[in-house]
Design a protein around this ligand. Sequence first.
Ligand code: HEC
Length: 151
Amino acid sequence: MQRFILAAATVAGLATALPAAAQFQKPEDAVKYRQSAMFVIGQHFSRVGAMVQGKAPYDAAAAAANIEVVASLAKLPFAGFVEGTSSTEKGKAKAAIWSDRAKFDSGAKAMQDAMVKLVAATKSNSLDTLKPAFGEVGKTCKGCHDDFRNQ
Ligand code: HEC
């Protein structure tokens, strides 16, 4: 009974900290969840990437709106990297995520920290200010993909 209460309290604590992770019915759902969140992030991030690279005209309002979407989703994918989902079909996540979780988590944090600066940069209405801040976030995406995602 004691143990049960303790376990229930622990689960309740986790549920507060990670509402999404606690709710997946099956491992495939966690994989789909993180990929979907990354996919949406990628869509909006690359629209701004096109502006930064001069492939699309710079539109300060559109850049700010796209980055706002990316920033508000920046934590979501990481709730989907739950234990036991490394070898789930189609997933590109490397097993190293779970064996070197601290490094993976710090990569996620680096992205979120750089994102705060990028959001601020979009408010400058200046492409010259946006470019380096975009580049800093881009580096964190690539860094983590190089280490933790199968190509
Ligand atoms: C800390 C690690 C990490 C960071 C930071 C990160 N990603 Fe990912 N990303 C992953 C992993 C791992 C996968 C593969 C997930 C899977 O297949 O289960 C992935 C998958 C993706 C995908 C493919 C989604 C799909 O359709 O399956 C896109 C697009 C993507 N990331 C974009 C980004 C962008 C853009 C950023 C930066 C703004 C970023 N990621 C930051 C780890 C990261």
